[in-house]
Write a protein that binds this ligand. Sequence first.
Ligand SMILES: Cc1ncc(COP(=O)(O)O)c(C=O)c1O
Length: 282
Amino acid sequence: MGAERHVTVDVALRYLGLGAPTVVPADDQGRIRADALAEQLAASRGSGPAIVCLQAGNLHSGAFDPFAEAIAAAHQHGAWVHIDGAFGLWAGASPTHQHLVSGYQHADSWGTDAHKTLNVPFDCGIAIVTEPAPLRRAFGVHGDYLMPDAAGDPLDRVPEMSRRARGVPVWAALQSLGRTGMAGLVDGLVAHAQAIAAGIAEVDGVEVLNDVVFTQVCFAVRDDQRTRAVMEHLLREGVTWMSGSRWAGRQIIRVSVSNWSTDEQDVAMSVAAVRRAVEATG
Ligand SMILES: Cc1ncc(COP(=O)(O)O)c(C=O)c1O
């Protein structure tokens, strides 16, 4: 896994009893380095089956791993490639932004969350696999009291037997948005993130730290102490929600534009709030 994987991927490994991951260095945007991945795979040749987990959408920078090169390297070593695309995989639904996921179609499995970019309620994780048979072998159940459906049953693909119909809101959202609506949703989130980045970059002392390719913006205000003070001011004031984090060795403020209803007015109000917070803490 890349050094900037999401923490839940480590949890998944622990849950599966697979232990700690082998970590591959990332570049300045948090993308796994395909050359380093190839080296790691070559070095671990013969040590057993490998799963390479890539990322579509870094929670700090929004960056996407270099899928074409990384997947080619992984497949050359016989590894299974999974993409954690919790919020970023949805870039593929936008003709304007699908270049970000270029090469992802060669992965063996994808994970994404409908409760993120698609905006359906918690909790609606989606796993998409190229080979359904192993999934059914792992999860499929048979009970004489059950009435199997020839089309397959949800309980054959997930750990739980009893679960609510999470697919219904997903279906409804996709149905009502259609292809163009879905693309518009993604494009709107990215446009608003980029507008926030452009707006706050004008504020004296604000430094936008990432390339704003998707929905995430990371910024700092001079040093760690001031950045923390600005964040606390923003949260106290309550006009906009931007949370603190650490990235690239610095205290940062993190913006994640995820809600379909965010509009130009919210962008303007958020930029104004940052300006006020910076002035108030100077
Ligand atoms: C890149 C990434 N992966 C995984 C997750 C975990 O998703 P969930 O909370 O739905 O398990 C997140 C959540 O923020 C994420 O941003």
